[in-house]
Design a protein around this ligand. Structure first.
Ligand SMILES: Cc1ncc(COP(=O)(O)O)c(C=O)c1O
Length: 413
């Protein structure tokens, strides 16, 4: 009789037991949307949008928040507000969604891809320092995979070299470093509000900053160059706005945001403690300065050597069958990523030098590739809203796979 669900054995979690679903559907959201529909004020700068912006700034312990069209343009506008443009170099981690690097190219800057710290899968500070040249203007740190880079070291590095620090927080609404929210730790923070994210309007984004001058600049850039203060100078820009209909969805979620982020963090910490007991499983490093960790993707590291060389892909499939969740890996490293192809757009050919400089293949990212191919185990966040007993099932499933690894290995031969 097989033990493992993937071979026909009984799964740890009965298939009829449902997991929490996402996005959250509430009568409050429906009420607020109806209010906007009836008000006729559907466009940007509506009352709900500003109410949401104030709430999210307070939630993140930031001074200013500005909703924008999506997370990609949030990064683009952050770069433009900091006056980063043609031929400027921007340090970007090699393991992130393509938008982090693509936004740099969209402002004619050069993304310099840097490898990760294998303990966090976030930007490695020493390698970031080694990549600094006289052309470097900014570092974009991406908080992802349920971990953070060493933000004290990174902020000190940016200060020492007079560089701007941009945070891509698409995965971590509500994470805090020593009590301060992500997005407010550097010059500008960029967030995505796309439908899979932990705060969502279907599509959308926002930027945070503590700097009033930058906020005014960001406001103009998102609004076709119109100044926030009447009479102030105009600038060249496009339309990167959000609507009050989207803000209504966001306002409804803000009522439960603290509770949800805290609940995910408590469940993740509990699950990490249990997973750490299984040989060859390592939770992501959590720096003591992290006072709250937000999760878009709960992630842990699998050591194939401790699992008799069973490939992580087989482990993921078997775990998925035990608990009824999708179990995946990280984003593709950007030096070989199907959706990061800067050379497919002719407008990127500013010059031969620029064309060569933006070639992703010129960067070496061995640790990103190891995480992506050999190590990472990644689960999407809704399951973290379930109960403690549900976390036990996941830990039990991992322990079960270890116990029956002979059976697991037979899948791979
Ligand atoms: C790390 C990261 N940055 C930026 C983005 C871009 O956000 P959007 O899809 O809202 O444009 C995403 C989206 O998934 C992301 O994961």
């Amino acid at each position: 009789m097989p033990h493992l669900a993937i071979r026909g054995g009984a799964p740890v979690r009965p298939p009829r037991q449902a997991w929490p679903t996402w996005p959250p559907i509430s009568t409050r959201a429906v009420d607020l949307i109806s209010q906007v529909v009836r008000s006729g004020q559907w466009a940007y700068d509506g009352p709900m949008e500003w109410q949401f912006a104030h709430q999210f700034a307070a939630f993140s312990r930031a001074r200013y928040c500005l909703p924008v069209a999506n997370g990609t343009v949030a990064i683009q506008l952050a770069l433009e507000a900091l006056d980063i443009g043609a031929y400027d170099e921007v340090i970007v981690p090699g393991l992130t969604w393509q938008a982090t690097a693509a936004a740099c190219i969209d402002v004619n800057a050069i993304p310099i891809l840097v490898d990760i710290d294998p303990r966090t899968y976030c930007l490695d500070v020493a390698q970031a320092e080694a990549a600094i040249t006289p052309r470097t203007r900014a570092i974009i740190v991406v908080h992802l995979y349920g971990a953070m880079a060493d933000m004290d070291a990174l902020r000190a590095l940016a200060r020492r070299h007079n560089l701007h620090l941009i945070e891509d927080c698409a995965h971590q609404h509500g994470s805090q470093w020593q009590g301060k929210g992500v997005g407010a730790l550097g010059d500008v923070g960029a967030f995505s509000l796309q439908s899979s994210k932990v705060l969502t309007a279907g599509e959308g984004g926002l930027v945070l900053t503590d700097d009033w001058t930058l906020f005014q600049q960001l406001y103009s850039l998102r609004n076709c160059g119109r100044p926030l203060q009447p009479g102030a100078p105009t600038v060249q820009s496009g339309n990167y706005r959000m609507t009050d209909l989207q803000a209504a969805l966001l306002l409804a979620q803000m009522e439960e945001m603290e509770e949800r982020v805290n609940r995910r963090d408590a469940n993740a910490q509990y699950l990490n403690r249990k997973l750490a007991e299984v040989p060859g499983i390592t939770p992501m490093l959590r720096y003591p300065a992290i006072t709250r960790q937000s999760y878009y993707c709960f992630t842990f590291r699998y050591d194939e050597r401790a699992w008799d060389d069973i490939p992580v892909a087989a482990f993921r499939q078997a775990l998925s069958a035990e608990v009824g969740l999708n179990v995946g890996t990280t984003y593709e490293p950007l030096n070989d990523c199907a959706l990061y192809r800067p050379h497919t757009k002719r407008r990127h050919r500013l010059s031969d030098d620029y064309w060569q400089a933006i070639d992703p293949a010129r960067f070496d990212l061995p640790l990103c590739h190891h995480a992506f191919r050999r190590e990472a185990v990644v689960l999407w966040h809704p399951f973290l809203l379930a109960e403690r007993a549900d976390m036990d099932q996941i830990a039990d499933a991992v322990a079960k796979l270890y116990e029956h690894r002979d059976e697991l290995r037979s899948l791979t031969t």
